[in-house]
Write a protein that binds this ligand. Structure first.
Ligand SMILES: Cc1cc2nc3c(=O)[nH]c(=O)nc-3n(C[C@H](O)[C@H](O)[C@H](O)COP(=O)(O)OP(=O)(O)OC[C@H]3O[C@@H](n4cnc5c(N)ncnc54)[C@H](O)[C@@H]3O)c2cc1C
Length: 457
């Protein structure tokens, strides 16, 4: 038993857990953070950061191949995979080191080890029990599979394995056309692999605006990425050289390996939740809009709860809990207002709601789609895509949906527009710098406000 009682004991040092810890000490609380692996969790070590490093290497490869288009002489000789890994690992290790230093410098007590809830205010690690006035669960998520589908780490792999793969596969079947599947499909294609994405729903990135998914599909088709949509996985058979994947209906796909990217499941079993009577649904810890569980002294944040599985959502939930426990009065999160980015080539980015959701909510809408063909900066970059803005009739902007190289960086403006409930006519007043891709956002709002500028027809 440890003698001191902390204000907060946080279980899990990923995006949600460490953000909560940092904000809590800022507010004068004492915090103990339990982490069984590396600080930074999935995002830093096995998620956001390493995948984006791979995607950047992929972009460099594509640009080298296409150098002649821009009048530059360069020869693409191939991918030096150990070199790519060294670059990626350096980005990851220096970021983890920086974060670890930051957390330590703030006076947060870090405990290395696997923790378990042993009471409404206690967490036990090995033989030691730590007491907190409050416990914050932030144990995150791990790759999921389908019933009967064994991820062996050799021929059938998860994103964890894909990040450390020692070779570029000749061919891959990517099971799942969500964000993670689409990003790996993009990387592997740029590295020279034959890629087929299998998605059970009718489109890639099925939660995005349908027109964005269709744009992405068109771009992927041009890049030689194949996909099977509305296709359900049935079985996988190992062969000497790889796998044969069978889809419902009998179609088969041969490949060197299969990436299973069908989602991530919460890390909630074995934590002592049942014993304490903490309510769980499909493995996710149930919380209210303030991230409170049904046990008063226990909160939960991040991928462990059934909200958007994004690092910045984890940050926001961690901060919300710290501020609530610190006696402030934080507002609940508007999850529609969280920006979402898929960092493939081309990128897909959105904030707010889709046309489909607006219809489901009975909202009367209007929209305008600005084609990046009319945007000179996009032409210079050689990218195609669009910015679609959906607004309530005579009302504020409800959703911004974009496709194109680098558009992820633009969604932050979309975030301000949506979250400040701006009217198209108000955004139309703002002057966008020329020539930038952000002008496409300005143009879409000008058009919605009834004064289109660079718009044909
Ligand atoms: C391939 C991939 C790419 C991604 N890309 C992006 C992206 O570009 N942008 C984005 O916003 N999100 C991205 N994500 C999602 C993002 O990584 C997660 O949403 C985020 O990491 C969730 O944070 P968390 O704190 O809830 O959980 P995690 O980051 O999973 O952290 C949980 C931590 O708890 C620890 N832990 C678990 N159980 C215990 C225990 N019993 N005792 C002690 N410690 C424990 C784990 O070791 C882990 O460090 C990506 C994810 C993946 C897999």
């Amino acid at each position: 038993m440890s003698n001191s009682t902390y204000d907060i004991v946080v279980l899990g040092g990923g995006s949600g857990g460490y953000a909560c810890a940092l904000r809590a000490v800022e507010l004068g609380m004492s915090v103990l953070l339990v982490e069984k692996d590396k600080l930074g969790g999935t995002c830093l070590n096995r998620g956001c950061i390493p995948t984006k490093a791979l995607l950047h290497a992929a972009e460099v490869a594509d640009q080298t191949r296409e150098a002649a288009t821009f009048g530059v002489k360069a020869r693409f000789e191939g991918i030096d995979l150990p070199g790519v890994h060294a670059y990626k690992d350096k980005v990851v290790s220096t970021t983890v080191k920086g974060l670890t230093g930051l957390i330590k410098s703030k006076g947060i007590t870090i405990v290395d080890g696997e923790g378990r809830l042993t009471g409404p205010t206690s967490v036990t690690v090995g033989d030691t029990t730590y007491e907190g006035r409050h416990i914050v669960l932030a144990t995150g998520s791990v790759p999921k599979s389908l019933p009967g589908l064994d991820i062996d780490g050799e021929r059938v792999i998860s994103s964890d394995h894909a990040l450390t793969l020692d070779r570029i596969p000749q061919s891959v079947v990517v099971l799942g056309g969500g964000v993670i599947g689409v990003e790996f499909a993009s990387v592997w294609r740029s590295f020279g692999a034959e890629v087929t994405v299998v998605e059970a729903l009718p489109h890639l990135l099925p939660l995005e605006e349908e027109t964005s998914s269709k744009r992405l599909e068109r771009a992927f088709r041009k890049r030689g990425i194949k996909f099977e949509l509305g296709a359900r996985y049935e079985s996988v058979k190992h062969t000497d050289s790889g796998v044969i994947v069978t889809l419902e209906g009998g179609k088969t796909l041969d490949a060197e390996l299969m990436l299973v990217a069908v989602g991530r499941g919460p890390v909630s079993s074995g934590l002592g939740l049942e014993e304490l009577g903490i309510e769980v649904e499909r493995g996710f810890v149930k919380v209210d809009e303030y991230c409170r569980t049904n046990v008063e002294s226990v909160s939960a944040v991040g991928d462990l709860i059934p909200t958007l599985q994004l690092a910045h959502v984890g940050f926001a939930e961690g901060i919300l809990v710290a501020e609530r426990l610190g006696g402030l009065d934080p507002a609940p999160i508007d999850y529609d207002g969280v920006p979402r980015i898929t960092y493939s080539e081309p990128e897909v980015a959105s904030v707010g709601i889709t046309t489909k959701v607006a219809e489901e909510r009975g909202l009367d809408t209007t929209s305008f789609t600005y084609d990046l063909a009319g945007n000179p900066r996009s032409k210079i970059l050689g990218t195609q895509g669009e910015v679609k803005v959906i607004a309530q009739k005579d009302g504020p902007v409800l959703g911004i949906h974009m496709v194109g190289s680098r558009v992820g960086e633009l969604i932050t403006e979309g975030q301000l527009i949506y979250n400040w409930e701006a009217l198209p006519s108000e955004v139309a007043q703002l002057i966008h710098p020329h020539p930038t891709q952000s002008e496409a956002i300005g143009e879409a709002h000008l058009a919605l406000a009834g004064k289109p500028l660079h718009v044909h027809g």
